[in-house]
Design a protein around this ligand. Sequence first.
Ligand SMILES: Nc1ncnc2c1ncn2[C@@H]1O[C@H](COP(=O)(O)OP(=O)(O)OP(=O)(O)O)[C@@H](O)[C@H]1O
Length: 286
Amino acid sequence: MTNLLNTTPGIADTRPAAASTKTVAVRARGLVKTYGSGPAAVKALDGADLVIHTGTFTAIMGPSGSGKSTLMHALAGLDVLDAGQVHIGDTDVTGLGERQRTLLRRDRFGFVFQSFNLLPALTAQENITLPLDLAGRRADPDWLARLVDTLGLRDRLGHRPSELSGGQQQRVAVARALVTRPEIVFADEPTGNLDTRHGQVLLSFLRDACDDLGQTIVMVTHDPLAAAHADRVVLLTDGRVIEEITDPTASAIADRMLQLDTDQHPNPHPRAGSGFGSGSGSIQEG
Ligand SMILES: Nc1ncnc2c1ncn2[C@@H]1O[C@H](COP(=O)(O)OP(=O)(O)OP(=O)(O)O)[C@@H](O)[C@H]1O
């Protein structure tokens, strides 16, 4: 797999003047989302605030159940909120009806989910270009070729998903997310089903897309090694953004996550506070 972006003549011309000028891509304020009602109600988001700048790579992390996926779905207009506001650029997503939110997602976002969501009857190529076909648009042949070659899919384009490995399917899903050159890519555990090598390739690809194209990326992950590819990590607990780590390293993230876990569940086992397993949350940088 080659570096997509540095080898591409003219690509710098298309890069938004983004990170340097700090254009706001996403602004979320006071997000509240409750699932269920009565005694069974769960407050998945409880006043979450977040600003994401154009051309940056943001990782959303936090303990299980802290609201990461709910937050991402709210930002992407996939869910209706109880309270709060989400702006994508100048668009108030929370003020849009269902049809308008569908168009917003189709025209301005790319999605990568752990489950790939490829259509089994379509070939890899047809899956990649599906968002364009749905919008009645044609693929930019240069951009499509670049994605296909960079992601190592050239000799797999005529295959159906059942004829592809998990890693190949995930790369098709990434090509599909980027084929429209979306304003924002939302990725939920994009490396969850990949082996280490393919996971690293995918993350490097997203990093390059951010650095070389000014692509804005928002990624939910549990993995400190994955999150270390981001420009910053946003930490969520109990449905709120509690802090962020800029220019994160895997070990700094892992240490902070371990500390958060300890804060939330202080000394669950008598041996836990006695030095047993001390330093187990650290990750050696590769
Ligand atoms: N459709 C739903 N119906 C009821 N409760 C839900 C639903 N979706 C999420 N929840 C609850 O909302 C809370 C936040 O869920 P969410 O999936 O956003 O957390 P998360 O941080 O992404 O979790 P994980 O890391 O385990 O994937 C959890 O308590 C979850 O059980």
